[in-house]
Each structure stands twice: as structure tokens, then as C-alpha cells.
Ligand binder design. Sequence first.
Ligand code: GDP
Length: 211
Amino acid sequence: MEAEDELAERARKLFAGPIDFLKSAPGLQFLPDPTVPEIAFAGRSNVGKSSLLNALTNRNGLARTSNTPGRTQELNFFDVGRPLRMRLVDMPGYGFAEAPKDMVRRWRFLINDYLRGRAVLKRALVLVDARHGLKPVDHEVMDMLDGAAVSYHLVLTKADKVKRTDLEPVLERTAEQAAKHPAAHPAIFTTSSETGSGMPELRTAILEATE
Ligand code: GDP
């Protein structure tokens, strides 16, 4: 088997195997011991982050949506593989229009502290709605990742809702904007949790980032 196929096959098997919720960490003192590589998922609320985590791990209800702003201040950790191979980290959604200022500030502190102090964090995935492209608040988060020198992929979500001809310009514009961010990886993923498109590629990229 070619090396690429071999990696893809291992990624498929890993994500088809045991994956368990570990814990919610509302602050840095609650983080699990940094024993295995971590991959973090970020995105505006409603971007489809829970759906993507569920599609990626072939599970319904692993990640639950919390559309109430007050309940979004935790990092959720999921153990992947037995023996433990990596952790997925569901970061709190951002960009609630009605979020109170001090909540936004707390979010910034939690995320910045986590991003800056976590040597095992190998990559972040910044989810972006394929219908809308990058918003100013996404750039703020990308700036935080740039500043913390955490490399990240942009992942377009809900691609099934966009016609192919409409997707091309969004991809092009997103790539142009990403090129201005030093820690943004040039490869942009296009996914749909509804159809499962893009999931094998994303699983492979995640495994690769942890090796
Ligand atoms: P979160 O707030 O980022 O966790 O977003 P959710 O995963 O809860 O998704 C928000 C809404 O978008 C829900 O109504 C989902 O059913 C819908 N959604 C998420 N992903 C997709 C997708 O790939 N395709 C379509 N058509 N809808 C999606």
C-alpha cells in the first residue's frame, strides 16, 4: 500500500474505534495531563462544530450543541483510541451577537491561555460556514492562533448547502485571506456533516498532524 493510503486507512480505523468523552474544563486548572497530542476545534456558534465532531467520529450525540451563550465557556475533551492515541478538544463557540462583554473576555482568556501553554496541541481546525466565508470574528481567532504559533486548517462546513459554482469563489477568497495569516495551513478542507463529504480527508489530516 502507498504511504498515503496507509495513513488514510489508519485514520479511518482510528475514528471507527473507541472515542469517549473525557471531561469539560471550565478553566486551565481542570485540563487533563498533557500526555497525548491534542487537536482543537474552533468556530462561530452554529457553524456546525458539534455536527462535524459527530460525523468525524461516526457518532451521534458525542458532541452536543449548546446554543445557550452561558453554557459555552468550557473546553470539552474527547479521548480517541484505546490505547489512547490523541484527544479532540471542542472549544467553546464564539461570535454570539448577544454575548455580554465579560463573557467574551473570559472566553478570550481561557482560549489564549490554553493555546499558549499547551505543547501537546498539534493543530487547530477553524470551522467556517461555506455559505458565508470568513467573518471578522474568525480573523480575531486566527490572530490568536497566529500569536500562539498554533498551526491550523480552515474547514468549510455545510458544503451541501452551497452550489458548486458558489463554492469556488468562497474557497478562493478564503484561501486569499488565509494566506495573510502566518499560522494558517494552505490546505483548506471542504466538508459536509450531512453527506459525510470531506470527512476521510479531515481524519487523515488530523492523524498526520499528531505524528
Ligand atoms: P455548532 O453550534 O457549531 O455546534 O453547530 P451545530 O452542529 O449544532 O449545527 C448548527 C445547525 O446547522 C444545526 O441545525 C445543524 O443541523 C446544521 N448543520 C450542521 N452541519 C451541517 C451540514 O453539514 N449540512 C447541513 N445541511 N446542515 C448542517
